[in-house]
Design a protein around this ligand. Structure first.
Ligand code: NDP
Length: 486
């Protein structure tokens, strides 16, 4: 009899963990256990990509009615019913969670609705009190949103809380300028919420192509989002209270909240308690019904016993892994957001597949993190793959091909909104180093452009491809002359 209960024990039932578990069990015949302390499906399915995208769809119908009128339809814009949508959303997430559970069951994975800690390189202890031994342990615990360290930060929500709102706030302040902040700004604005956004830097979406960031920011403002850059929250508190954290009424101390609890407990529970008064770093004070902190995420590694068993953790608390997702303890691997490499669902799934290939199929497979296409579901969307113009210029001489125009569909309806298509091309190799698209459905476009870029397509390969007419994306193969070289 084996000294182990399982060949593999997976901690975390999100996209990465579930994929690794079911492929190891289903395709490789491994005996697999998996523990999940919350809901199966993880961030992507329960409190991320999936409900977010459904909210993006919901938020776009209001403007569609306006556009339809320009096309001759006799349509009146109705009002949005959050509770009707939310009920439907909740049942859809329940359905998806059940799908995830059955995928595991049908692959022969034994699941535990429990929290797991690692007690030695081969043993996990579950919150049910049971212990299980496994030849390999895979940490796939993901990450969680964090609030900034400031007094009264608990009054603000984080992205997880949005999906539990009982009603929409009338006014919302979003803090941050990354993916989550910008996506929710568009969603909430589209649903009729008055949205203000504070970003501490000079331009939102730091790290992405500057021209594309500029157009996204301009479109967000044109659609009614009150976006302030170079601005942050200085102080916040309940209206009527002294808004600072100096011990006055409304401050943490005055609320009798112990220091260790101040960063927990979502503001959503308190959303009905009256407006939140926010003082900006420019000294302006304004009241908001709700505040959303979209100020980044951290890996879920706390209180898991990792350091004690010798698993090396990085500065953000991430599990440090090699190219095969193996930690500093040879029997323990980690994939997905908990490793703080590229925090995207399809990447976690890739890492899970590569782990199975390496450990259970005897075929050591490093994870390829190069040229990953992604989309930010702002309105309009921003699809991107490869290097920004700025990063490419630092690397080598480049030619920039770029066009910006009013697309046919919305221009006909009188909209001034512009789209942008851009190719960053190596002067020497002629390869397309980066492709950036800001347009409705740019996420769909960049998936396909991403294949060409990943294959190493040259500008001339793009040019040889016949345009599909009339589409927006045809511009990507019809840009004849560079707008600049650098
Ligand atoms: P990001 O790291 O993208 O953005 C965090 C934002 O918060 C940045 O603008 C940052 O500013 C700002 N910030 C950080 N700390 C503070 C602070 N103390 N005060 C004020 N502002 C602060 O994180 P997100 O949470 O938006 O997203 C996390 C990850 O999840 C993404 O990187 C992405 O990988 C993934 N994701 C992907 C999506 C998609 O594919 N469509 C959608 C949502 C998430 P600064 O720039 O100055 O650091």
């Amino acid at each position: 009899m084996s000294e182990f209960d399982y060949d593999l024990f997976v901690i975390g039932g999100g996209s990465g963990g579930v994929r690794a578990a079911r492929v190891a069990a289903g395709e490789c015949g491994a005996s697999v256990g998996l523990a999940e302390m919350d809901r199966y499906g993880g961030t992507c399915v329960i409190r991320g990509c999936v409900p977010k995208k459904l909210m993006v769809f919901a938020s776009e119908y209001g403007a569609m009615a306006d556009e339809a009128r320009a096309y001759g339809w006799d349509m009146t814009s109705g009002s949005f019913d959050w509770s009707a949508f939310h009920g439907h959303l909740t049942s859809e997430l329940d359905r998806l969670e059940a799908v995830y559970r059955s995928l595991l069951k049908n692959s022969g994975v034994e699941t535990f609705d429990a929290r797991a800690e690692i007690v030695d390189p081969h043993t996990v202890k579950l919150s049910t009190g049971e212990t299980r031994r496994a030849k390999h342990i895979l940490i796939a615990t993901g990450g969680r949103p964090v609030r900034p360290e400031m007094s009264n930060a608990h009054l603000g929500m984080v992205s997880d809380d949005i999906f539990h709102l009982e009603k929409l706030p009338k006014s919302l302040l979003i803090v941050g300028g990354g993916y989550i902040a910008c996506e929710f700004a568009g969603i909430m604005n589209g649903l009729g919420v008055e949205v203000t956004q504070f970003y501490r830097g000079a331009q939102i979406l730091r790290g992405f192509d500057e021209e594309a960031r500029g157009l996204v920011a301009e479109s967000m403002r044109d659609r009614g989002i009150d976006l302030h850059v170079g601005t942050n929250v200085l102080e916040m508190g309940r209206k009527g209270d002294a808004s600072s954290g100096d011990g006055g009424p409304g401050s943490d101390a005055a609320m009798g909240m112990p220091a260790q609890e101040r960063d927990h407990g979502a503001g959503v529970d308190e959303a009905g308690d009256g407006p939140i008064r926010v003082k900006s770093t420019h000294g302006h004070e304004r009241d908001f019904d709700a505040v959303l902190f979209a100020t980044g995420r951290v890996p879920n590694t706390a209180d898991m016993g990792l350091a004690a068993v010798g698993v090396e953790l990085g500065r953000n608390g991430q599990v440090v892994v090699n190219e095969y997702s193996q930690s500093s303890v040879p029997s323990i691997y980690a994939i997905g957001d908990v490793t703080d490499r590229v925090a995207l669902t399809p990447v976690a799934i890739r890492e899970g597949m590569a782990f199975v290939e390496t450990v259970f199929k005897g075929n050591p497979t490093p994870v390829d993190h190069d040229l990953i296409p992604s989309a930010i579901f702002t309105q309009p969307e921003f699809g991107t793959v490869g290097l920004s113009e700025e990063a490419a210029r630092d690397q080598e001489p480049v030619e920039i091909y770029c066009t910006s125009f009013r697309p046919m569909q919305s221009a006909f309806a009188g909209s001034d909104e512009r789209v942008m298509m851009k190719l960053v091309v190596s002067k020497e190799s002629r390869k397309v180093l980066g492709c950036h698209i800001v347009a409705p459905n740019a996420g769909e476009m960049i998936q396909l452009a991403g294949i060409a870029v990943k294959m190493g397509a040259t500008k001339e390969d793009f040019d040889r491809t016949v345009a599909v007419h009339p589409t927006m994306s045809e511009e990507i193969v019809t840009m004849r002359n560079p707008v600049r070289t650098a």
